[in-house]
Design a protein around this ligand. Structure first.
Ligand code: NAD
Length: 500
């Protein structure tokens, strides 16, 4: 067990004001990784004050200089990639290859947003009066708060903090209470890269207390939240009362459509990777297969065989393919949904048991589970389970497949396997998710494109790409009149020809 992991406030590593702690647990071994500062509202207050103070200078530092600090962050993340990935597998449980991918995503984002320091584009447009100039520029907002889940403990904080910082804001960051050490290590890299004191603060602790204090604080102008739809909506309502801008990235119920003309082997590979990678704990994980009737028997047979052969265990071992669930509560949720599926009349083909893998029978493991004969309106086909449970739904046509895909309360990611270009383009047009893949699973987003979803997955905002800047900036429209006289817009336009 390592030393106490502290908050980082105003450039100092400090204990929670209460002196209380909680433990971070390795989900594969159930061992304590480290004691963690258990913060409360007074720690949030201190962090917001530090961020507010630091904002005065940070916003004035030219954006290319801010970008240079992000390039140093990218460099340090690259140097520490393996070390961070090992800690990631320990604290969150995903297998080591995926943990490296999690860190790589942050490296990619740091280089991308470092470059934004020399872009942060606004625009000009012609104006309607002579001797006048108009432009729209992006302005920083002030103190922004980032609340993140445990499933991408390095990548998701990077999606939020890097655009927020390059745009000139200062940050209060609350990582998930299941992955607090990774949150602190992430911030440590910024400190080492030379981020000024108070610009990036981390407050560790439970969602309710710390999250609510953030939502209520009058000096926090923007909240960027990723997590469950339930908590996200609560946060949204609470923050709305204070007029804050909120960006929400929430749950998913993503599907892969497999048409009769699909490349079967490719579809099987993609389904296994999308459904059971990260133990089904990705917001973009595939939890529904919508399969055309002709190809269904072969697909089902191949999936059962391959799902049974997946190797569970502690993901530090590079041969392990599926790690544990994040905690016992998550495993119980999966077990409950499996009972619900059975009760609804779905046919379980494999899995459905708590798995005794891991280190000597410990760890929050659950077998990869496949349900067939699932109807589109069953709860297991509608609700986010966030675990290794996959439902197979049969359809006859592309139109029916699209309807089943769209008819859930979430709208994050979808995919279709077909060799028919017309079917692919129909799907692109008609699938109503924020992300669509053709001949690829539902996971694998790249950081230069907008990331997010429709319906219950969010509130219309997007992360990643340049769209991420919309969350962390306000538009400022600037009019410069160099005519030397009062020119009234919309009123004095008639006399222009004579005046020009
Ligand atoms: P969660 O909603 O339980 O927690 C998310 C964050 O909110 C954590 O930091 C948590 O401590 C905090 N929190 C919890 N209760 C709070 C409260 N009352 N007030 C304020 N903050 C509170 O979600 P989770 O279990 O950490 O993550 C899993 C969920 O995240 C899944 O639903 C998944 O689909 C979603 N997710 C979405 C995306 C996306 O981009 N759409 C990405 C990853 C995960």
């Amino acid at each position: 067990m390592s030393d106490l992991v502290r908050n980082y406030i105003g450039g100092q590593w400090v204990e929670a004001r209460s002196g209380e702690t909680f433990d971070s647990i390795n989900p594969a071994t159930e061992e304590v990784i480290a004691p963690i500062a258990k913060s409360g509202a007074e720690d949030v207050q201190a962090a917001v004050e530090a961020a507010k103070h630091a904002y005065k200078n940070w916003r004035l530092l030219p954006a290319p200089r801010r970008g240079e600090i992000l390039f140093r962050v990218a460099q340090l993340l690259t140097e520490r990639k393996e070390q961070l990935a090992q800690l990631l597998t320990m604290e969150m449980g995903k297998v080591i290859a995926e943990a490296r991918g999690d860190v790589q995503e942050a490296i990619d984002m740091a280089f991308f947003m470092g470059g934004e320091g020399r872009r942060l584009h606004g625009y000009t447009a012609p104006v309607e009066l002579p001797n006048k100039f108009g432009m729209a520029i992006r302005d920083s907002v002030g103190v922004v708060a980032l609340i993140t889940p445990w499933n991408f403990p390095i990548a998701i904080p990077s999606w939020k903090s890097l655009p927020a910082l390059v745009a000139g804001n200062t940050v209060v960051f609350k990582p998930a209470s299941d992955t607090p050490k990774l949150g602190a290590e992430f911030v440590r890299i910024f400190a080492e890269a030379g981020i000024p004191d108070g610009v990036f603060n981390v407050v560790l602790g439970p969602g309710g207390t710390v999250g609510n204090a953030i939502a209520d604080h009058p000096d926090v102008r923007v909240i960027s939240f990723t997590g469950s739809t339930e908590v996200g909506y609560e946060m949204y309502a609470r923050a709305a009362k204070k007029g804050k801008k909120v960006s929400l990235e929430l749950g998913g119920k993503n599907a892969i459509i497999v048409m009769d003309d699909a490349n079967l082997d490719l579809a099987v590979e993609a389904i296994l990777w999308s459904a059971f990678g990260t133990t089904g704990q990705r917001c973009t994980a595939t939890s529904r297969i919508i399969v055309q009737n002709g190809i269904r028997p072969k697909l089902v047979e191949a999936l059962v065989e391959r799902a049974k052969a997946l190797k569970l265990g502690y993901g530090i071992d590079p041969d392990v393919q599926v790690g544990p669930l994040i905690n016992e509560r998550a495993r119980q949720t999966v077990a409950e949904y499996v009972e619900i599926g059975k009760g609804e009349g779905a046919r379980m083909l494999t899995g459905g048991e708590i798995a005794g893998h891991g280190c000597g029978g410990v760890g929050y493991f659950y077998q990869p589970t496949l349900f067939d004969n699932v109807r589109a309106d069953m709860r297991i086909a509608q609700e986010e389970i966030f675990g290794p449970v996959l439902s197979i739904i049969e359809v006859k046509t592309l139109e029916e497949a699209v309807e089943v895909n769209n008819n859930v309360k979430y709208g994050l990611s979808s995919s279709i396997f077909t060799e028919n270009v017309n079917a692919a383009f129909h799907a692109i047009r008609d699938l109503t998710t924020g992300i669509v893949y053709i001949n690829h699973g539902t996971i694998g987003a790249e950081i230069q494109f907008p990331f997010g979803g429709t319906r219950g997955t969010g509130n219309g905002m997007r992360e990643a790409g340049q769209t991420a800047l919309d969350t962390f900036t306000e538009w400022k429209s600037v009019y410069i009149d160099y005519s030397g006289r009062l020119q009234r817009a919309q009123i004095d336009t008639d006399s222009i020809l004579g005046d020009a």
